[in-house]
Design a protein around this ligand. Sequence first.
Ligand SMILES: [Mn+2]
Length: 245
Amino acid sequence: MRWFVGDVQGCVRPLERLLAEIRFDPEADAIWHVGDLINRGPHSLETLRLWRDIGGRGVLGNHEVYALMVRAGRWPRKSDTLDALRDAPDADALLDDLGALPVLARVEPCAARRDEHGADVWVVHAGLDPRWTELPKVAASLAAAPRDLEFYERDDVSCATRIRCCTPDGARSKFHGSPADCPAPFAPWDDFYRGSLTVVHGHWARRGHYRSPSVIGLDSGCVYGGPLTAWSPDSDEVVQVPATP
Ligand SMILES: [Mn+2]
């Protein structure tokens, strides 16, 4: 079974409870994070080690980009909770793994379920530029690019990891409040999504978990005290655990 987990942000205890709640089995299940596995929360290092140990996959979030750019000295360090990760003996291996994460990924059903007509889904951290009408081409272009530091500053990478509200021609607003308050002429990016496959994303804590016919948002603000949310496209279950037990 496939599972997608909303923004963990270093909240390893809720993640442990969530894995128990969904009875995650690394042998049979595939698990994807929707980006922002680290930072803001207290346990980024433990979260990354746990994720590695269960064979988790995921997409690049803006907090992963931040960690990579600060490590490289390319961006100034801001207030963060990454001390233990930066000082860890396995920091380079863990951060290199983050740096290799896809930006936009199409996730097929697990092999055992392929004959059960499970549908492919797209996963991206923040969202999609309305001009990206051919997602396979966009994903292929992103996947083929060399992962030098310039990659993480590309406009398409910035969009995929940061977009919330935009115009039909892809101009982005910095607005991060509730989608109903999105200032004109901007609208939530998913208003413009016309694709046939479901898109799973995170990044918008103020929006919380939501779903529309073709888009599902999983950032329910665990690091701010909200629940941690997971969804399986195979069973169509949504599972939430509270930030504190
Ligand atoms: Mn984010």
